[in-house]
Design a protein around this ligand. Structure first.
Ligand SMILES: NC(=O)c1ccc[n+]([C@@H]2O[C@H](COP(=O)([O-])OP(=O)(O)OC[C@H]3O[C@@H](n4cnc5c(N)ncnc54)[C@H](O)[C@@H]3O)[C@@H](O)[C@H]2O)c1
Length: 269
């Protein structure tokens, strides 16, 4: 059986985190050679170990993607490691939450740097390689926070939503600009996914958010990193060779609407 990413090289950002690790493991099982990166080197080394343990090929390094020079060097490291690549998956991001009168200007700039600048830098420096290669797939993780202003408990996210909406807008325009070079550009907007990002938030805030979202969600279970990785796999593979400029919502149906029979006792963690 042919593997879905046979002979492809995939760059994935944030491979130390939940969704990045799931994607690295899945893409490697489907035949891709992986170039990872993360600012959290220790978590990323664990991903490297897991990919190697399942027989996959991966290299990685510590990179702060908000620093353009580090991104430039990471792209050069990727080419040195495995040659020209086919896939760039912009998964990494870091965020602060808060209402307009709570969030500082420093937090606003932190969000723009770590949710939007890092996508721009990675795409800017990856595209010349993809053009040289004759095409490729760029996948960027947005969020349903780009599509709704809902706060789900006390998680207010106007700044996060603005950055993630920026990612969708940037990718749509780039899909138009890069289509003639054979480069496809798509975003994924996850709903709530159980990943380490939740462990770094205030537990009371997380509880409120989880219960708020689960009450509204038609499919009564938490999202898992693999739910997103499988969508990314489709977009990375040639199966999606006629798909560009699109945003894929993967959220247990949350954006579709709230079922009238919402009842807590049907929820499955
Ligand atoms: N978990 C959710 O509920 C959820 C929902 C919607 C969208 N998302 C998005 O999904 C993506 C993956 O998030 P996750 O849930 O796996 O979170 P995560 O925190 O587990 O993983 C994100 C990784 O990105 C890394 N990172 C952040 N800033 C970086 C930088 N400047 N340079 C290098 N690495 C950096 C972090 O160190 C972390 O390992 C993110 O873009 C996030 O915004 C998550």
């Amino acid at each position: 059986m042919t593997l879905r990413l046979a002979n492809k090289v995939a760059l994935i950002t944030g491979t130390g985190g939940g969704q990045g690790r799931a994607a690295a493991l899945l893409f490697a099982r489907e035949g891709a050679r992986i170039v990872g990166c993360d600012v959290r080197a220790e978590d990323d080394q664990e991903t490297l170990r897991l990919v190697h343990a399942q027989g996959g090929q991966m290299v990685t390094r510590r990179v702060d993607l908000g620093d353009e020079n580090e991104v430039r060097e990471w792209i050069a490291f990727a080419v040195e490691s495995f040659g020209d690549f086919d896939i760039l998956y912009n998964n990494a991001s870091a965020c602060h939450y808060g209402k307009l009168d709570e969030l500082s200007s420093e937090s606003w700039h932190f969000i723009i740097r770590n949710e939007l600048d890092l996508i721009y830098y990675a795409i800017k420096h990856a595209v010349p390689v993809l053009k040289r290669r004759g095409g490729g797939s760029i996948i960027t993780t947005s969020s349903i926070a780009a599509l709704t202003g809902a706060s789900w408990g006390s998680v207010y996210q106007f700044a996060h939503g603005a950055a993630k909406a920026g990612a969708i807008a940037m990718n749509r325009s780039l899909a138009v600009e890069l289509g003639s070079s054979g480069i496809r550009v798509n975003t994924i907007s996850p709903g709530l996914i159980r990943t380490p990002v939740l462990d770094r938030m205030d537990p009371a805030m997380v509880d409120q958010m989880l219960s708020g979202i689960l009450q509204s969600q038609p499919l009564k279970r938490y999202g898992q990193p693999e739910d997103i990785a499988y969508c990314a796999l489709y977009l990375a593979s040639d199966e999606s060779s006629w798909v560009t400029g699109e945003n894929f919502v993967v959220d247990g149906g949350l954006m579709a609407g709230t079922p009238s029979d919402s009842s807590k006792d049907r929820f499955k963690p």
